[in-house]
Design a protein around this ligand. Structure first.
Ligand SMILES: Cc1ncc(COP(=O)(O)O)c(C=O)c1O
Length: 307
């Protein structure tokens, strides 16, 4: 194991672990919940902050402000604490209490906003973050929903990591899509190495995208394409797989009690999609799925009790 002089250098290099699904091929989970802030969002949050420091948009003593379903906020709060920035996070009331409390524990301020159907709604957590950013001097908003650096983070870090860990043998890639940064950045990198790799964006059946603009509420947090995202690179996505709350949440006790993997709802959705697809894999196929965060952030939601 490596040793690090600075906490944020420990982001990335997460394990890739085989999951025993019924398949002629192999399916591996990338355990992103083992990042220091507990999710895949550590990577994009750090990258966006580093780019802003380089370009001068973020200056010493500045304030970081972003809208988040939780994990981007947790990552930003951790980075702010480690680098000496003040942090304000707007979050939807749908997000778990554990996530809100984690952001606060890092010393950040949290503004809980109503859960709205559309991101453009002035009450939405995104609109609220924009408003706070406008009135806060010396502030920087990473703006994960509209900042292409979010996708570039996964293109430069997570994509190459998966390619190396699988020794170039990866054939299928599954990730939950919220902003679309993870699936697009990794997908773009992998397709550049081998254009035959299939890239799957896992979405909610109730999202803005799946319902063609008529979204309904859903329980899965972090993923679900709820707006026309400039971060999403449609050209690298082979297929969008919509998954219901029931199927996503139904996987959680299975993964925890039969595979020893205590993961969050987006990982449940990704695992459901990959498990179904895995039945059709050939013996040389190697699928990688992103397990974006840990189930510890959702224990009070009772997704894990089968009784
Ligand atoms: C646990 C989890 N999975 C998946 C995603 C979706 O990632 P992306 O925004 O890169 O599409 C998020 C985003 O917040 C997340 O927190």
């Amino acid at each position: 194991m490596k040793k690090y002089d600075f906490l944020l250098d420990a982001i990335g290099n997460t394990p890739l672990v085989k999951v025993k699904f019924e398949t002629p091929g192999s399916v591996y989970a990338k355990l992103e919940y083992l990042n220091p802030g507990g999710s895949v969002k550590d990577r994009s949050a750090l990258y966006m902050v580093q780019q802003a420091e380089k370009s001068g948009q973020l200056k010493p003593g500045g304030t970081l402000i972003d809208a988040s379903s939780g994990n981007q906020g947790i990552a930003t709060a951790m980075i702010g604490a480690a680098r000496g920035y003040k942090v304000i996070i707007t979050i939807s009331e749908k997000s778990s209490l554990e996530k809100v409390n984690t952001i606060k524990a890092y010393g950040a301020q949290v503004v809980v906003c109503p859960s709205t159907e559309f991101i453009e709604d002035p009450r939405s957590y995104h609109s609220q973050a924009v408003a706070i950013h406008k009135k806060t001097p010396n502030s920087f908003m990473p703006n994960q929903y509209f900042n292409i650096e979010n996708r570039n983070a996964h293109y430069s870090l997570l994509g190459p990591e998966i390619w190396k860990q699988t020794e170039g043998k990866v054939t299928h890639f599954f990730a939950g899509a919220g902003t679309g940064g993870t699936v697009s950045g990794v997908g773009k990198y992998l397709k550049e190495q081998n254009p035959n790799i299939k890239v799957f964006a896992v979405d909610s059946i109730n999202s803005f995208r799946t319902t063609k603009g008529h979204p309904k509420p859903y329980k899965v947090e972090g993923m679900g394409i709820d707006f026309v995202s400039p971060v999403l690179a449609n050209e690298v996505i082979s297929e969008f797989i919509p998954v219901s709350d029931e199927d996503a949440l139904g996987m959680l006790p299975v993964l925890a009690s039969q595979h020893g993997m205590l993961v969050g709802p987006s990982s449940g959705a990704v695992a459901y999609a990959a498990k179904e697809y895995a039945k059709t894999l050939g013996k040389n196929d190697l699928a990688v799925m992103i397990f974006g965060d840990s189930g510890r952030a959702y224990l009070t939601k009772n997704f894990y009790n089968k009784n």
